[in-house]
Design a protein around this ligand. Sequence first.
Ligand code: HEM
Length: 484
Amino acid sequence: MSILILIIVTLVFACLVFKLYKKNTVNKNLPKGSLGYPLIGETFSFLQAQKKDQGPEWISQRVKKYGPVFKTSLMGAPTVVIVGQSGNKFILGSGEDVLVAKQPKTLSTIAGKYNIFELTGSRYQLIKGALSTFMKPTSLQSNIKHIDELITGLFLKSTRKTDIIPTVDFMKRLTFNIASSVLFGIQNELLIDEFCHDFATAFKAVWSLPINFPGTTYWHGMQARSRIIDRLMPIIREKIEDLREGRLNPASDVLSSLIAVKMQNENVITEEMIVDNFVTMMIAGHDTSAILMSLMVWKMSNDPKIHRNVFEEQTEIQRDIEGREDHNLTWDDIQRMKYTWRVAQELMRIIPPVFGSFRKVVNDTTFGGFDIPKGWQVFWSAYNTHMDNDIFENPKEFDPSRFETNLSKPIPPYMYIPFGGGQHSCIGNEFARVETLVTMHKLVTMYEWSLIHPNEVITRQPMPYPSMGLPIKVTPRSSATTIN
Ligand code: HEM
């Protein structure tokens, strides 16, 4: 019976969407392309392609057939995909009167409807202000020692009983611990474990079909979100009390800062917004950095020259640290890790952790001579942009020197976009740079390693990860001198 009701509801909904589509598109010069099946559109084939790491091909096939502006239907809404610099500028740089950072239903419901990606106006500014404070170099500088200790502690703990590190799981755990502790002031290990498990489930649901039916990936994600909120509420209540009583400094972590902003703006910011942005930050900052770190290990394992260059840069820094009285890694040391960061930048060009994202059209608009109706989505793609032969010569070749700062031909705006661009560009890019560089510094100076599966490839699941989790066999380094 419930299946019958579900089918009827789905059909009625599909008819409504079709009617709305007809009403919005009469006499419009829409881009070429196919909207696929009713309701589902081309979502399945897009997600399938992503899973096989053929998302870029999925787009480039359509670009070849229809041109760099084409229509499709993804994640439940008609969508225009736009590839190229001017398209990126249009999508990432347009004002809120044309495009808003509307995410697919899955992200809006798993992260919560007040997630920063989708907020507008004064609420957006207040939440962004509270979150960004902790991402600025001034704040990061004071957390280097803490981040260093967390990373060193996790490496030592993981290698105490075994010499195998499952890189992907390890990096996910590491980024999760850093975000929980540094950004949110959560130190309880059991609680961090429970959060970590539920966030992994919730994250899977972000790239699924939004069918809230027991057993679906989306349903499991929604259940995980409820458990996250149940665990978070007592922490928020305690922090509210501590802030009221003056026992807590609003600048001590992101959660306290969000609560302080709410206390000063009771009519604008709600408790729900704090919860939603806690979930959003964890989703936005966890897998992305873990991917970058895993890709770094994968690249160094497969390319001895890159490994050697990173090693040499890091051992020189390590020698200086050992010559100092306190042996502490500092902000200045991190600024010297230029080559290591260029390797990370080049990896994010060739394998961007975030494939692309959506915006929603709030008023009928045009791009490239085509109409894009109100209510549709637009989508930008980082990989397809990064493969532009005119900007990145031999784009498939791995070459960190593209990011040297003294180049005669700098990369034009909106052409290198692993962190997005415009108003909603990533606020965690500096945080990601710091945690990635500290982790790489520790890994290459503390261990030698070899791959368990030497031919491991990268797949999207849906994010780009080494297909078998990249287990490595590690041996502690006796001294940081040379590598083969
Ligand atoms: C290598 C690591 C990372 C990559 C590649 C990355 C990528 C991105 C991209 C592409 C966007 C823009 C999305 C859009 O325009 O729709 C974004 C936004 C965002 N990122 Fe990151 N990110 C990374 C790390 C982080 C970290 C560590 C955090 C926080 C701890 C974070 C928090 C955010 C937030 C809050 C936004 C939304 C900003 C806004 O809407 O104003 N990210 N990120």
